[in-house]
Ligand binder design. Sequence first.
Ligand code: NAD
Length: 265
Amino acid sequence: MLELEGKTALVFGVASEESIAWAICTQLAQAGCNLVLGYQKRFRSRVFQLQEKLPEIIGFHPVDVASDEATAEFFTEWQREDAGAKADIVIHAIGFAPAECFDRPILFAENDPISTAMTVSAHSLQRLLRHALPHLNPNSSTICLTYAASTRWVPNYGVMSIAKAALEAWTRELANHLGPEGHRINAISSGPIPTLAASGIPGFDDILEHVERNSPLRRNVTQEDVAGCALWLASPLAAGVTGQVIHVDAGYSTIMVPESISDRG
Ligand code: NAD
């Protein structure tokens, strides 16, 4: 039904077993996909251990999307190991903002940390796709991960909110640019999930508790919830869907005034 058997996915963003990208890898593998991972060098030993758990991982190479050269190097290495290989799916599950982005009010955040956050978390979607395009089969599907702070204010998210807004705009731009060739690009807006990236956000546990109390489903989402949506977007079941931001957030984004206000007093 999913028609993913024998497809190849390039997956960027596995750092640990808690990574959303790892849950996506697991579900894509179960659906019959081969996987090629792009990992950050500082996570090499963890990724090395993880890749042994999924025989569907047929390659893994370092990548640093902060630099165009280091991004190109991933594709050179992949093609050197597997000449002429093509991919059908690209998973962009990358986000980073230097700690300096958060250690002062946003008005005083400095240029270099802002620039790094924007490049790694948003511009990297365009950068990866530009290098990937010559190696993509027709009708490919690209999926990136965003957060609802792109459109509404969330405490302590700061520069990352702006990066996510840019990532969503890149999603629409790239979907329109590549749509005539049949390629689709979508974003999943995930609810909060405890991962390495999330652990850097002050007050994250309070956000988890708030969402559990106030979302329509009265729970937080899991990596598996997000991976399920990614699987659908990757498959021909979502052949008519592109340029979208799809919320996998237990319905939290639909709430204006939470029912819990009536619990007061
Ligand atoms: P994670 O820490 O497991 O994954 C983040 C990944 O980004 C890591 O694998 C890291 O290696 C990679 N990365 C950072 N800088 C990089 C660089 N320069 N080059 C290459 N890779 C780089 O955390 P996660 O929560 O699984 O994050 C995955 C995506 O989901 C991110 O885009 C994140 O913003 C998004 N997201 C997460 C949540 C959440 O609450 N966890 C919510 C919404 C969206």
